[in-house]
Ligand binder design. Sequence first.
Ligand SMILES: Cc1cc2nc3c(=O)[nH]c(=O)nc-3n(C[C@H](O)[C@H](O)[C@H](O)COP(=O)(O)OP(=O)(O)OC[C@H]3O[C@@H](n4cnc5c(N)ncnc54)[C@H](O)[C@@H]3O)c2cc1C
Ligand code: SF4
Length: 492
Amino acid sequence: MADPKGFLKHGREVAERRPVEERVHDWDEVYPGGMGRALLPIITTQAGRCMDCGIPFCHQGCPLGNIIPEWNDLVWRDDWEGAIERLHATNNFPEFTGRLCPAPCETACVLGIPGDTYGGPVTIKNVEVTIIDKAWESGFVRPQPPEWLSGRTVAVVGSGPAGLAAAQQLTRAGHTVAVYERADKIGGLLRYGIPEFKMEKKHLDRRLDQMRREGTVFRAGVSVGDELTAESLRDRYDAVVLAMGATAPRDLPITGRELGGIHQAMDFLPQSNRASLGEPVEGQVLATGKDVVIIGGGDTGADCLGTATRQGARSITQLEILPEPPSDRPEGQPWPTYPMTFRVSSAHEEAGDRVYSVSTQEFLGDESDNVRALRLVEVAFADGRFEEVEGTEREIPAQLVLFAMGFLGPEKPGLVEQLGVDLDERGNIARDASYMTSVPGVFVAGDAGRGQSLIVWAIAEGRAAASAVDQYLTGSTTLPYPVRPTDRPLVV
Ligand SMILES: Cc1cc2nc3c(=O)[nH]c(=O)nc-3n(C[C@H](O)[C@H](O)[C@H](O)COP(=O)(O)OP(=O)(O)OC[C@H]3O[C@@H](n4cnc5c(N)ncnc54)[C@H](O)[C@@H]3O)c2cc1C
Ligand code: SF4
């Protein structure tokens, strides 16, 4: 156990972010010097708050099965090399989850039981990111190439967190792994979805360098199903892992949808990510000087908000059809479940208005057929559906509208159709208990099989699918299998 009285002596403390007026003028992470460094002065005390519970409920919240009390203890004892070893035992990429995870482990922490007098859950995610950032700085993260090669080959399609986790596990198990990615650079949503201010890409590049040194081969700029057909992929490789994400976006086909200035978030964010790193972007969609309306809350909406702020939008409004959530855990969502509460991301601290319980009725155009406003109406939830509240219609100005309403599963034309894999009732790629699709030797991991989810689930699925592929190729495996395809988050 870390400090036996730590939780009695110290409350929960998080690192200060950089001042808003400073950080909105650059694209760097919002913590001074990066997250791990900003946390260093307080993290030993914070790790010392962990009670090493007899039943560590933090484990229930995390699909990776992170051995949280053990690394809290090691940090408190100043054994950073031991801590990263324990952390890497269950998580290939703690620098991603430590920065980006909504931390269901923390809402499940015993110190977070409502009404307790001990100052709130352990800052597990902050301990995690400090361990990995310090490990990189101290040279504790080294390539782990396999000692022997199996002679088996695996193609991974998609280079997001699921594909990368599967690839790293399989490469280290001795298989020859190639990761195919249709974008020009490797990383999936970590590269082109998540903005620099949430995670600087240097963290991704450093990890990819480690993977290359271990032997994973990356093939960026190859859209499987186009220039490389599904048939030739199956001919060339002993097994295939589909980790192609849930990239089909939800649309809003209402009057005025065809007007200029209305875009999907994933048309806007990748361009901005490129531009913020100094890459030329032709015809970039910009928020500069505009009234911006973002339709949809959630991570994607918050990323659009922070990006529009940095581009110098005149005003930003984020619309949400659901009512404003309460700031405290609602009774119907008891500990240790992950509650729907009012959360303030770094982007929300910086700018923008959030408007709840509204639905968009139509987009209104100007004489050049560009959007100039949208008409919205308040809604109330009754009899299992949203109903418009009469007399509450109003117009709000908008020269740029961004859709952040979620995703409908993997894209079907191309690879999915060529392979002929079965889909489940939600349009995701169906799989059995070993992550295998209806096509023998073809597996699926991450959002492509689970539907739109989180990085932590993608990594967990990538690890589990790798275990199943190893079993398929060699008849046995020692790779971990942290989650079943049917496992679900701890929510009500
Ligand atoms: C804007 C945004 C912000 C987010 N922020 C967070 C966050 O802060 N925290 C969090 O936990 N989750 C967040 N999420 C969700 C998270 O990013 C995803 O759940 C996660 O990335 C899914 O990982 P994946 O590996 O399954 O797929 P992805 O990361 O989507 O990667 C799939 C990759 O496959 C490639 N691909 C698709 N088809 C082909 C093909 N035919 N050939 C070759 N390549 C192909 C795609 O180009 C893509 O790069 C966010 C999502 C979005 C959209
Ligand atoms: S539930 Fe909280 S206090 Fe208990 S072991 Fe996990 S992190 Fe530590």
